[in-house]
Every structure is written in C-alpha cells, then in structure tokens.
Design a binder for this molecule. Structure first.
Ligand SMILES: *[C@@H]1O[C@H](CO)[C@@H](O)[C@H](O)[C@H]1NC(C)=O
Ligand SMILES: *[C@@H]1O[C@H](CO)[C@@H](O)[C@H](O)[C@H]1NC(C)=O
Ligand SMILES: *[C@@H]1O[C@H](CO)[C@@H](O)[C@H](O)[C@H]1NC(C)=O
Ligand SMILES: *[C@@H]1O[C@H](CO)[C@@H](O)[C@H](O)[C@H]1NC(C)=O
Ligand SMILES: *[C@@H]1O[C@H](CO)[C@@H](O)[C@H](O)[C@H]1NC(C)=O
Ligand SMILES: *[C@@H]1O[C@H](CO)[C@@H](O)[C@H](O)[C@H]1NC(C)=O
Length: 310
C-alpha cells in the first residue's frame, strides 16, 4: 500500500486526548444524527460527494473528467448530460482549479486508506433539464425560458451547492474519524474544501445585486430561495443560508452580509449522511434520484437504504 504522503509519525497524539467540555451538547433528533459507521465507511460516503464535485467542476469548466486528469483513478458509468458552461475566464479558471483540488483529494484517499483505485464512480446526472426542474422548485414557478445552469455564469450556483454539501459533511465527520493518518487526511480535505466554498461564495457575492438574466430575481434572491428549499428537505433546521440574511442570522447579529454561512458562533454547519442524501436525492434518503439516479456507492448509504432510514 502506497502511503507516501501519509507516513507521518504521530508522537504527540496522546497529549491531547483529554478535553474539558463546557456547556450543553444537545443530541439532535434521529433523522439528523450521523449514522454509526466506521471511518472507512465515512470516507467511502465522502468519496461520492468528492467524485460528484470533481466531475461536474471539470466537465463544466474544461470538458474533462477525473480520468482525463488522473487515468485509472475512477471507473464506472460516465456522467450523463455534462456540458461546458459559459463562464467568464476568471471563473472558469477557479472552477477548474477546484475540480482539480477534488481529484487530488481522491488520490490522497487512495494513497492513505485501504480504498484502492479505481474508485467506482456512481451514476451521475448533470443534465440541464434536471437543474432547470430543481430551480423551478426553488422559485416555485415554471420559469420561461427554462433556467440554464450552463449559461451566464449560473454554474456558480451549482458549484456553491456542491462545495457546501461537502463542507457540511466534512464538518460532521472530522471529530469522529479514527486513526491519525485518516483524521489528518479528512481535516486537510475539509480545510481545502471550506476555502473552495468561501471563494465560490465570494464570486457569487460580487454579483449579489445583479439580476439572473433573463429573470427579475437577483443573485442574492436565488441564494436565499435555494437555502429556503434545501433546509426543509434536509429537515434539520437552518444550515443553508443566502448571501444576505436577517440580522439575527448574521455574524454576531451585526451584519446582513453572509458570504460564508455559519451558526450563531460562526462555526461551520454540519450535516449527517441522511441529511446529505435527502438533499441530493430530492427529499428521501432511501429513494435515489436527482444528481445520483442510482444512489451513492458504499456500505453506509446501502445500510441507510436497507434500514429504511429515509
Ligand atoms: C437525468 O435527468 C433528466 C432530467 O431530469 C432525466 O430526463 C433523465 O432521465 C435523467 N437520467 C437518468 C439516467 O436518470
Ligand atoms: C407556490 O406557488 C403556489 C401557487 O402559486 C402557492 O399556492 C404556494 O403557496 C407556493 N408555495 C410556496 C412554498 O411558496
Ligand atoms: C447590494 O445592494 C445593497 C442594497 O442596495 C447594498 O447595501 C450592497 O452594498 C450591494 N452589494 C454589492 C456587492 O453591490
Ligand atoms: C429579492 O431581493 C430584494 C432585495 O432584498 C427584495 O426586495 C425582493 O423581494 C426579493 N425578491 C424575491 C423574489 O425574493
Ligand atoms: C443573536 O440573536 C439570536 C436570536 O435572536 C440569539 O440566540 C443569539 O444569542 C444572538 N447572538 C449574539 C452574539 O448576541
Ligand atoms: C422513502 O422512500 C421509500 C422507498 O421508496 C418509501 O418506502 C418511504 O415511505 C419513503 N419515506 C418517506 C418519508 O417518504
């Protein structure tokens, strides 16, 4: 097993094992709790989101897939409906970079864990019709012309959501990852992904008052409406937020600007496996659909399905 980038020796670990815990830790309701799972199962679940992000970022920015960048890294069905998006060249470069980041993360997982290349890619659906249908649900009307995720820099909305889900899942699993190499790996992926998310949201924020052509709503409006659609589907409170928020959701209740969504302590929001699946599948964690018409790969999502944990 190649562990080139992972062969660090952790001598200091046990010095940090005791922690003073202050305040109440309220247990979330069952449908919002992380599923009991091994570290490898969590990383396997995570891979679905990383592969999704890598494929859609690379295909939409430069028309390449993961295997074009790193031959043999993934196998399995080719994503449906991918198109190179109309993007300003500054944005295209950023989306390409962040897609490449995710390829690196897959390689790191292959190098550092017992999950080997080729990683089996889930069936992915990137069709423009799927996005336009989702945006119709978000704005609660049938837009004419249909919303085109691949036109006018609109891809930034899809990019922010893909990165957001990854960041939320990573925030959820970092504390429970067992093994020094694995914990370090997941934490370092999480920090990079959080930076990706912030950069994408900053690109959206620079356009916050622009209307989303050819409609009347603004970029800020659409981020708010997307959050208002995602939160009830996930079913675990407010964890997605628009670029502009009421003061009581702003940092320290002092601002309505909200480039990086976060909780009352400005800490990253976490989402459990079932929340992630509900959002991605479109409402039911045991009923694949949306971007993953055949569902996630791996033991953890299979168990959620078998146990009927919708
Ligand atoms: C992909 O999404 C489109 C639009 O919703 C749908 O028509 C098509 O059947 C989907 N493909 C798969 C394989 O799920
Ligand atoms: C969506 O639109 C329908 C019809 O215009 C309306 O009755 C319904 O209340 C709207 N739903 C939401 C969540 O705004
Ligand atoms: C957007 O509009 C609001 C309200 O008019 C204004 O306060 C804000 O500075 C504008 N943001 C940008 C980035 O132009
Ligand atoms: C869009 O945002 C503006 C400014 O905050 C607000 O006045 C308007 O009602 C919003 N429109 C929709 C459709 O949410
Ligand atoms: C901000 O407002 C919320 C809700 O009103 C409250 O729970 C929270 O403690 C406030 N935060 C600060 C820093 O005052
Ligand atoms: C979720 O989907 C499964 C399988 O289609 C179904 O049996 C179950 O009733 C659904 N759960 C909810 C809450 O809709």
């Amino acid at each position: 097993m190649a562990t080139r980038s992972c062969s660090y020796v952790f001598l200091f670990l046990f010095a940090f094992q005791s922690a003073i815990i202050k305040g109440n830790i309220a247990l979330p309701p069952p449908q919002c709790r992380p599923e009991p799972a091994s570290t490898l199962e969590k990383i396997e679940f995570l891979l679905n989101l990383i592969v999704y992000k890598a494929e859609i970022f690379l295909r939409s920015s430069v028309g390449l897939g993961i295997n074009d960048i790193s031959p043999g890294l993934v196998q399995g069905p080719v994503p449906i409906g991918a198109t190179v998006a109309e993007l300003g060249s500054d944005i295209r470069n950023v989306i390409e970079e962040f897609g490449l980041n995710s390829v690196g993360h897959i390689r790191a997982i292959v190098d550092c864990t017992s999950l080997n290349a080729p990683i089996t890619r889930p069936q992915l659906n990137f069709s423009a019709q799927l996005f336009s249908g989702l945006i119709n649900l978000v704005v609660n009307e049938t837009l004419t012309p249909p919303f085109n995720m691949y036109a006018n820099n609109n891809f930034l909305f899809a990019a922010a959501d893909a990165s957001s889900l990854l960041r939320q899942y990573l925030a959820g699993i970092v504390p429970s990852i067992v093994g020094d190499v694995e914990r370090r790996l997941v934490a370092e992926i999480a920090l990079n992904e959080a930076a990706n998310f912030g950069a994408i949201r900053a690109l959206l924020n620079a356009r916050t008052n622009s209307t989303v052509s050819p409609y009347t709503f603004t970029v800020a409006n659409l981020t708010i409406l997307i959050a208002q659609r995602v939160n009830p589907i996930a079913g675990c409170g407010v964890k997605d937020e628009g670029l502009i928020v009421p003061l009581q959701l702003g940092a320290e209740n002092r601002t309505t600007s909200n480039v990086v969504s976060a909780d009352v302590y400005s800490l990253a929001y976490r989402r459990s496996e079932r929340e992630i699946l509900r959002v991605i599948y479109g409402g039911n964690a045991t009923k694949p659909g949306g971007f993953f018409p055949s569902g996630f790969n791996g033991e953890l999502s299979r168990r959620i399905q078998i146990l009927g944990l919708s």
